[in-house]
Design a protein around this ligand. Sequence first.
Ligand code: NAD
Ligand code: 89V
Length: 343
Amino acid sequence: MAALRGALIGCGFFAVNQMHAWRDIDGASIVAICDRDPERLRIVGDQFGIERRYSDAAEMFAGETLDFVDIATTVGSHRPLVEMAAANCVPVICQKPFAPTLADAKAMVKACADAGVSLMVHENFRWQSPIQAVRAVVDSGEIGRPFFGRISFRSAYDVFSGQPYLATGKRFIIEDLGIHILDIARFLLGDVSNLTARTARVNPDIAGEDVATMLMDHEGGAISVVDCSYATKLATEPFPETLIELDGSDGTIRLAQGYRLTVTGKSGTTVSDVSPPLLSWASRPWHNIQESVVAIQKHWVECLNADKEPATSGADNLKTFALVEAAYAGAANRQPVRIDDLL
Ligand code: NAD
Ligand code: 89V
């Protein structure tokens, strides 16, 4: 089968990981790139040997024959670019956060559905190998029926040096990072019916909230706590590890700092190291995230070739995005939010 011809829009901080991943994946290659910043276009074009370069996405769609487009710009441009892909009948991957609002996200899903093009949100955290390892244990039935989960991300890592825009938005940790952790909660425990949230801003130098605590009812009966902080100074900085506690009717799972997975279940207790591999182009501590980028992009190629809906399709991601909206609304009025009312 001929390799799928892809184009990348947005050649910034994170797109470099996506470009490395595309280079590692058989069956797809990036044939054109686009960025409105000529310096970023030059840096990424030269690094990855891409000759076909555009400063305008509309010109790129007009000038290229593409099997898919990979949008790695920041959130403000996601809706027009996804709608442009749909109008050109080009299947599309869009970075998280998918949209500024749930109404925008719904319109983007509809535009792609109406055009009959596949849409995947680059929601990669659930593709991290330690998270996949936890899900495999749940699926094995070893701990029985999960009734409680705590999915936790607490850190004081300086994310602002690489991504300065994170310091300036009115929304910060839930929209940027919590969205991943809420998606992991859905991935492990299923869809959510109700959410209660509290937020705080500890760092006085940023505009948005940097601490969020959420309590959720899952439709299958489990309860989870999702807690996120960028104001938590620890003896050993855990960034970017997500720590997990799951209690089930027959046992427990603990994913602890240092990628240590302890399972106590029907067959006793096992402790294993589920550290992600360090890919040749990856760098610690980002290697966990970097490996998941390869995994989600491989999944996209498999889905496109098999005409299958991706795990984090636009439609699926609306259910994660609704949790983000619910968390902000619920934290503002200190009331629980019913998720069905948003979808
Ligand atoms: P960035 O600002 O470094 O890069 C964005 C690039 O897009 C810039 O070079 C900018 O010039 C370009 N751009 C913006 N609008 C454009 C348009 N209309 N046409 C062409 N180019 C345009 O941002 P970043 O830190 O790389 O983040 C990009 C996205 O990736 C964000 O949505 C962010 O949340 C997400 N992200 C995801 C992960 C993850 O693990 N999934 C990690 C970091 C960032
Ligand atoms: O994964 C992300 O979306 C990043 C970071 C881990 C820094 O929050 O923005």
